[in-house]
Design a protein around this ligand. Structure first.
Ligand code: NDP
Ligand code: 2IT
Length: 446
């Protein structure tokens, strides 16, 4: 390891012990940025990297709620306001039993650079709870969301901090939280994104992350004269991001053959077409069932407790969770001919897996670039709320597509090496950093 990175990380780890996911996310960025900062000493003197690795504010609170039996349950609630140099804090809420400070700090840190890459004026934040929506009734989810927002509403606002969805938080949860915010604060404002279309949501926001990850993959493939036509695509997850990644990849001529959840994955060699996707959306978004039911219905293989990376594919779209592709998985993907990895999820590849991609010079789009379409359309939802009007599907989709092309161009600008290989990791890290760093320099020691 570069001794300068080693020294920086030793200090970060001493200040933030036991936060492994946070260390992992910062180290990847530091490896790209430290050589760049050495060439641009103004950032070094102003300690911009040290500052962006320290949250501006961490809010931690108790979330008490009554379950259907009338018993009190207690969860932890969090909001991490990471950086507001270029706009109000912006980023999702995750409801999952694994949520802790380390996970939210890694997500908030990534979000700062991701939001900068979108070209829109958004700072970075993240929040959530260790609440597990699985197996809860609608009423329990509503009471939890209302209690969560009763505290959170003191800290957020349309010009301060604008949360949205992430794992375990979709349209249902955003609706309950929006209703409670409005009731307590007595104002109808764009304080959350991912809202329903009837009350200020944007068309294409549900689709945006998955579509964006596919648009980004398409841009990467274009650099090698390739496209989705006839390509076999492996997707993980079966939630919001995975569903719309499949929809767009299929529309562009790809054949998506896998899907997963935390219990296992399915392999459908015939491809997941529009009709099968409609079944998945009903299964996952309405019935809230398990992916195994797909295998039972369509008579394909289900692999209990396994991840899909052993299936032969040309393109991988990891869209479930962090660290779901390890070194072995990455080697298997490459050995099977996979030459594109576009990350719908946040940090789904371990550092060792990323090393495999780079060494083999495959097209690797890291999450902060490839999945930025979700927050980008959140930014467009904020614009529409401010204007008090709504754009058409075509208009929002066209803007999303252009933003993904622009992010690709930024990665190329900052990530192309002397041999012409585009290192999208360096490109996204440096490209995201520059705007935030310049804004922080201009604003002084804040
Ligand atoms: P959803 O809650 O809609 O879906 C999550 C999916 O991932 C489910 O299939 C879930 O399975 C699976 N999953 C979650 N945790 C694990 C785990 N520990 N191990 C295996 N599988 C798991 O979330 P999203 O689709 O919104 O988010 C997926 C990823 O995309 C996350 O990394 C998120 O941070 C990222 N992302 C999301 C954006 C958005 O706009 N929603 C924007 C940018 C990135 P199960 O149901 O069994 O838990
Ligand atoms: O990780 C992410 O970018 C998100 N979960 C979406 C954040 C947002 O504010 O739309």
């Amino acid at each position: 390891m570069d001794p300068r990175v080693e020294q920086f990380m030793a200090q970060l780890i001493a200040k933030n012990p036991n936060e492994n996911e946070f260390h992992q996310a910062v180290q990847e960025v530091a490896e790209s940025l430290i050589p760049f900062i050495e060439e641009n000493p103004k950032y070094k003197h102003a300690k911009v990297l040290e500052r962006i690795a320290e949250p501006e504010r961490v809010i931690l609170f108790r979330v008490p709620w009554l379950d259907d039996k009338g018993e009190i349950q207690i969860n932890k609630g969090y909001r991490l306001e990471m950086n507001s140099a270029i706009g109000p804090y912006k980023g999702g809420l995750r409801f999952h039993p694994t949520v802790n400070l380390s996970i939210l700090k890694f997500l908030a840190f990534e979000q700062v650079l991701k939001n900068s890459l979108t070209t829109l004026p958004m700072g970075g934040g993240k929040g959530g709870s260790d609440f597990d929506p699985k197996g809860k009734s609608d009423n329990e989810v509503m009471r939890f969301c209302q209690s969560f927002m009763t505290e959170l509403c003191k800290h957020i606002g349309a010009n301060t901090d604008v949360p949205a969805g992430d794992i375990g938080v979709g349209g249902r949860e955003i609706g309950y939280m929006f209703g409670q915010y409005k009731r307590i604060r007595n104002e109808f404002v764009g304080v959350l994104t991912g809202k329903g279309i009837q009350y200020g949501g944007s068309l294409i926001r549900p689709e945006a992350t998955g579509y964006g990850a596919v648009y980004f993959a398409e841009e990467m493939m274009k650099t090698r004269g390739e496209s989705f036509k006839g390509k076999t695509v492996a997707v993980s997850g079966s939630g919001n991001v995975a569903q719309y990644a499949i929809e767009k990849a299929t529309q562009l001529g790809g054949k998506c053959v896998t899907l997963s959840d935390s219990a296992g994955f399915i392999h459908d060699p015939n491809g997941i077409d529009a009709e099968k996707l409609a079944y998945i959306m009903e299964l996952k978004n309405v019935k809230r069932g398990r992916i195994k039911e797909y295998a039972d219905k369509y008579g394909c293989e289900y692999y209990e407790g396994k991840r899909p990376w052993g299936i032969k594919c040309d393109v991988a779209l990891p869209s479930a969770t962090q660290n779901e592709i390890n070194e072995e998985d990455a080697k298997t993907l490459v050995a099977n001919g996979c030459f594109v990895v576009s990350e719908g999820a946040n940090m789904p590849s371990t550092p060792e897996a990323v090393e495999v991609y780079i060494k083999n010079k495959i097209l690797y789009g890291p999450g902060k670039a490839a999945n930025a379409g979700g927050v980008a359309v959140s930014g467009l939802e904020m614009s529409q709320n401010s204007l008090r009007l709504s754009w058409t599907r075509e208009e929002v989709d066209q803007r999303l597509h252009q933003i993904m092309k622009d992010i690709h161009a930024t990665c190329e600008k900052y990530g192309k090496d002397s041999e012409g290989f585009i290192n999208y990791v360096n490109g996204a890290n440096i490209g995201g950093f520059v705007k935030v760093a310049e804004a922080m320099l201009a604003q002084g020691a804040v």
